[in-house]
Design a protein around this ligand. Structure first.
Ligand SMILES: Cc1cc2nc3c(=O)[nH]c(=O)nc-3n(C[C@H](O)[C@H](O)[C@H](O)COP(=O)(O)OP(=O)(O)OC[C@H]3O[C@@H](n4cnc5c(N)ncnc54)[C@H](O)[C@@H]3O)c2cc1C
Length: 227
């Protein structure tokens, strides 16, 4: 899996603080901007206040763009269920696979016999896929045989509010291992850029909230925050 932060809104924390300040101030835009530019400490305290109040719309003014490759289609399918985002994904209709790159789940990979069974099946699928193409079956139809394990590339843009929600759901132990790994990598990248926004991001239990939306499926962490 390779995840790169390709782009983000410049001065993200200031952009949020500016939007927040505007809501509660009679000042003109130029004055607000000057005020924020002069006193950087206000930026962090505004962001903190927004979290306390649950006023999350200012977080929609900043966005982050990630380049992601080497994830499976299983994971990209889960990723694109997050509707408050923009996606561009490599097409299996226009891009023909010479070699099938695929993800082997660690639990299968750690058992030699199971791993061999997995690889044998992937080879067979690749052969059949190429056989279809050789027999003038269009890529858009040959792809029907490709597995969920097939690697994909995707560019994702999400605003900070949507990312906070994404991290809440997908950094959770209850999320599937691959999307959890992806979410944690994305979280690490954005935390480096804007710690004041993302340092407490993640599942609800990480933020010290003592309930778990997973209910009876909970991993138990909310009641044992040091785990
Ligand atoms: C552990 C786990 C297991 C899952 N299992 C399944 C499963 O078995 N089957 C399955 O189909 N999915 C499953 N999902 C996917 C899940 O149902 C969501 O589709 C996915 O997590 C995206 O979340 P979201 O809709 O909150 O995010 P987004 O689509 O980004 O939406 C963000 C928020 O915007 C609001 N919103 C967006 N669109 C609408 C709308 N049309 N109407 C009203 N409000 C809206 C909601 O408040 C939503 O939470 C699972 C997710 C997780 C984390």
């Amino acid at each position: 899996m390779y995840v790169e932060l390709l782009n983000h809104t410049p001065n993200p924390e200031k952009a949020i603080a500016m939007a927040a300040k505007l809501c509660y101030s009679p000042a003109k835009i130029k004055e607000l901007k000057k005020d924020i530019d002069i006193d950087n400490s206000k930026v962090k305290s505004f962001i903190h206040k927004l979290f306390q109040m649950g006023h999350f719309s200012p977080f929609e003014h900043i966005s982050f763009t990630f380049g992601i490759e080497g994830i499976s289609r299983t994971t990209s399918h889960q990723l694109v269920r997050h509707r408050i985002a923009s996606y561009s994904q490599q097409s299996q209709r226009y891009v023909e696979y010479e070699h099938l790159d695929y993800v082997v789940p660690p639990k299968i990979s750690e058992n030699k016999e199971l791993k061999n069974a997995f690889i044998t099946m992937m080879k067979k699928i690749q052969e059949t896929y190429r056989y279809f193409l050789k027999n003038e079956i269009a890529t858009e139809d040959a792809r029907y045989i490709l597995p969920n394990a097939t690697c994909t590339k995707i560019i994702v843009t999400m605003n900070a509010r949507s990312l906070l929600h994404f991290f809440e759901l997908r950094c959770c132990y209850r999320a599937q291992w691959e999307i959890q790994k992806l979410a944690c990598e994305m979280l690490m990248l954005v935390t480096n850029i804007t710690p004041s926004i993302f340092e407490k991001a993640g599942p609800k239990c990480v933020d010290g909230i003592d309930y778990c939306p997973e209910g009876s499926m909970s991993c138990g962490n909310p009641f044992n925050l040091n785990v």
